[in-house]
Design a protein around this ligand. Sequence first.
Ligand code: MSP
Length: 623
Amino acid sequence: MARTTFYITTPIYYPSDDLHVGHAYTTVAADALARFHRLRGEEVFFLTGTDEHGQKIERRAAAAGLAPAPFVEGIVAGIRSLWEQLGISHDGFLRTTEERHARAVQEVFRTLRDRGDIYKASYEGWYCTPCEAFWLPSKLVDGNCPDCGRPVERLREESYFFRLSRYQKRLLAHLEEHPDFVQPPSRRNEMLNFVRQGLEDLSISRTSFSWGIPVPDDPDHVIYVWFDALLNYLSGIGYPDEGFRHWWPAQLHLVGKEIVRFHAVIWPCILMALDLPLPERVYGHGWLLMGDTKMSKSRGNTVDPRQLIQRYGRDALRYFLLREVPFGSDGAYSEEALVRRTNVDLANDLGNLLSRTTAMIERFAGGVIPPGGADPGGLARLSEEVTGEVTRALEGLELSGALTAVWRLVARANKLIEERSPWALAKAGDPALDPLLYSLAETLRVTAVLLAPFLMDTPGRILEQLGSPAAPAWADAAWGGLVPGTRIRRGAPLFPRLVPDPAGPQHPAAVPAAPPEEVSLEEFQRLDLRIATVREASQVAGADRLLRLSLALDGEVRTVVAGIAAAYRPEDLVGRQVLFLANLRPARIRGVTSQGMILAASGSDGPRLLSPDRDVPDGTRVR
Ligand code: MSP
């Protein structure tokens, strides 16, 4: 039987500037989905590329004093190398300046002109060059582009038109009958409204500039850049040669929400005119925002993904992009948030689980995986539940939801270590120890498999430490794969803790310490050190590294502000006992009066909170 094929695409990016984190976001998401389908044994084709023609690129090149072709060359090379650094596993990379693409575009143009779907007339209207989009006067907002708000230019040209209007009814019927065709539902509704209002024929050639694919037999005209660009999804798989049918129709066009209209209106009409089946799904994801505006070159608020990879590693960046924002929604980017995610989820939760588990297997089981047993703490059951959940989430493109599910499993395993305290079991020679260690190690193995679509290096490093084969398939997420008797190989911590924003205020550990001065016992006793329990914890508004804590202290409640947000999530602190300096002079920090200070070990590793080794009554003095 033929294997299921899965054809997935990203938009092809304009090489008008170096790409930023927003572009990386789409590509990393597509990569995770492509990897997931490959792990399931499907035959995958993952296409990306560059959209190199059009007036925008021609003008950018001219501004740089170059012809368009040499101008884009360096940028395209940079894009390829960025994808390599991020571990993008595309099977095809299409440049619209390639011969194979021009051939496909001209072939389509000819076919549609022969069929009467393309005709020549004169165009009068408006054009937004940054968006490369035509607009009717009625659609302009205050005379500007309704999409980006920038000024439009008046065009009066002879032009070829594509008979979009002819396909309006069929497209509307398709949208209505296939609720999955455009997703998420908010975008589908926008498109339904748009198409219901009627479709005008679309101008698809220009004569006022020349950087594009010439119209066959009428070389004064170049083909409109979007008509050219959309056809990459066919030329990239070999169209017009018959082989393209192996992959077509695409299962998924992943695009940013601002270009859904091109993919959900113009593209299906071109395909209908060609008598080709429509793609199964067009998904319009949200934007990465800086503050509350889109990250984009024209707003000058972009972040270079290369720097983030260098500073934090590609897995930290990939994890952050896929975990931080629910996939269909907009979400804010910040470096602090990236650092916090890495420290809390990757270094603490996942990294500690691995280092504690392998340390215990070395100490208590001679460095080999011990035999398993009954299901301690329900980890096997939970693991199967989570695997199902991650699979469903990935099928539904809920990338962040999939990762949240994986972390339920990781959190449960960490909790189990606390609950069962293996050290005590070892001391008492309790036979429950072996199955517990097995379950913890097996949880890590399953976690590594479930993370394989998302992260590049981490899954292999986990599996290697567990002595398990490195190249998993999705089916390997089934519980019970670890073979007792396998020798483990403890390794370096998975994620070193990160210190946020090196350009920001110095971390205390980075300030050279003055040699400590001697104090008398009386002086020391002036410090009112107590144990307190965290009752509430929340982020301080507008201060990424600060948490506001309410502490229970022997009948009284104190508010303190602590600079530990890069290392601890508020919800993980509630219920925890901390060491507290109760008679520190109150201070106002970011509008909150801090009544004391919690103490932490502060090394280059960031703050680590101190707690008594078993719970004591709140307010207990520390001497
Ligand atoms: N060349 C067209 C696409 C043609 S597809 C046939 C284009 N290119 S682009 O370089 O502007 O890149 C657009 C894509 O980059 C968006 O659709 C989106 O997927 C991604 N993003 C660019 N900025 C982004 C954010 N700030 N946030 C999320 N994604 C962003 O449009």
